[in-house]
Design a binder for this molecule. Structure first.
Ligand code: C5P
Length: 299
């Protein structure tokens, strides 16, 4: 293991489509989802040190979401799960927590990659899945199909760049609460095949955008009816398609190009929400960019 500082980019994701296919015996849910890495990212710094420590600062969209630097933070849990006894971590959060953007899960995956570059993918995947259903995806990135409880990852062919406006309502949603609300609804498996449609489109590069839909959206709106206003703001901003990501609370709209995504985000901002334009990151780009700097000179 190198002696120096490592700086990792922990990219966020959106769920371009998410279908809940059923409830499992372990209380979790089976799903089918197409995830894509986006360029919004946290930055994680790691230096070998005597004890385990973590300092968190929040900026940008994550401002005011509160630093979570206790032992429950997924960075420290990932470090411990990887067998690390000492390390000094500094995390700069830009991905809001509880937004369905996978911030904590991405931080955890980056921690595993930083502290255990010696491990094979299969072993990293096993540790990642033990930390949370979303963590394995972040070991791969790009466009992936996720099955099972979300931890079975099938990388999809790369596709054309997506330009999105990401909108955050300023509050988080609890994932277990959203799944419970889904359980209480009668909407299960209403639209079989939708995510398959998307997977097909992503490979073929077709013109329409089938599959951009999220089965958890109705449940999230039942918990927070004001999320409907966020969706409407994105629809009015000129997006070709709008959906919630993960179990919320963030939504995204898909635009034709970077300029219209920026203009869309500006309009959503005018409606009183926090919004920013983001773009998709391919697996190749993610592989190149995940290690921001690797130095053996501890400073
Ligand atoms: O796996 P993870 O720890 O991220 O899951 C957090 C919670 O989200 C679970 O305890 C469960 O309530 C819900 N969940 C679920 N089905 C999934 C993933 C998460 O019910 N596939």
């Amino acid at each position: 293991m190198g002696a120096g500082l490592q700086r990792m980019r922990c990219f966020a994701k959106v769920n371009l489509g998410l279908q809940v296919t059923g409830r499992r015996d372990d209380g979790l849910h089976d799903l089918r989802s197409v995830l894509h890495t986006i360029d919004l990212h946290d930055t994680l710094e790691y230096r070998p040190a005597a004890g385990l420590s973590l300092r968190v600062t929040c900026e940008g969209m994550a401002s005011g979401t509160g630093p979570a630097d206790g032992p429950d933070n997924l960075v420290l849990r990932a470090a411990a799960a990887a067998g690390l006894e000492g390390g000094e971590f500094t995390l700069t959060k830009r991905i809001p927590a509880g937004a369905g953007l996978g911030g904590g899960s991405s931080d955890a995956a980056a921690t595993l990659l930083a502290v255990r570059p010696d491990l094979e993918m299969g072993e990293l995947h096993r540790i990642a899945a033990g930390l949370g259903s979303d963590v394995p995806f972040f070991l791969y990135g790009g466009a992936c199909l996720a099955l099972g409880r979300g931890d079975e990852i099938y990388p999809l062919p790369e596709q054309t760049d997506l330009h999105l406006a990401l909108a955050f309502p300023g509050h988080s949603l609890s994932t277990p609460e959203v799944y419970r609300a889904w359980d209480d609804s009668l909407t299960s498996a209403r639209n079989p095949g939708r995510v398959n449609d998307f997977a097909a489109w992503s490979g073929a590069g077709g013109d329409g955008i089938p599959g951009i839909a999220n089965d958890l959206e109705e449940a999230a709106i039942r918990i927070r009816p004001s999320l409907k206003d966020l969706r409407s703001a994105l629809e009015r901003s000129g997006a070709r398609a709008v959906a919630m990501t993960g179990s919320g609370s963030a939504f995204f709209g898909i635009f034709d190009d970077a300029r219209s995504a920026k203009e869309g985000a500006r309009r959503v901002g005018e409606a009183g929400f926090t919004a920013t334009a983001v773009r998709s990151i391919s697996r190749a780009e993610r592989d190149r960019e995940v290690r921001e700097r690797q130095s053996r000179d501890a400073d």
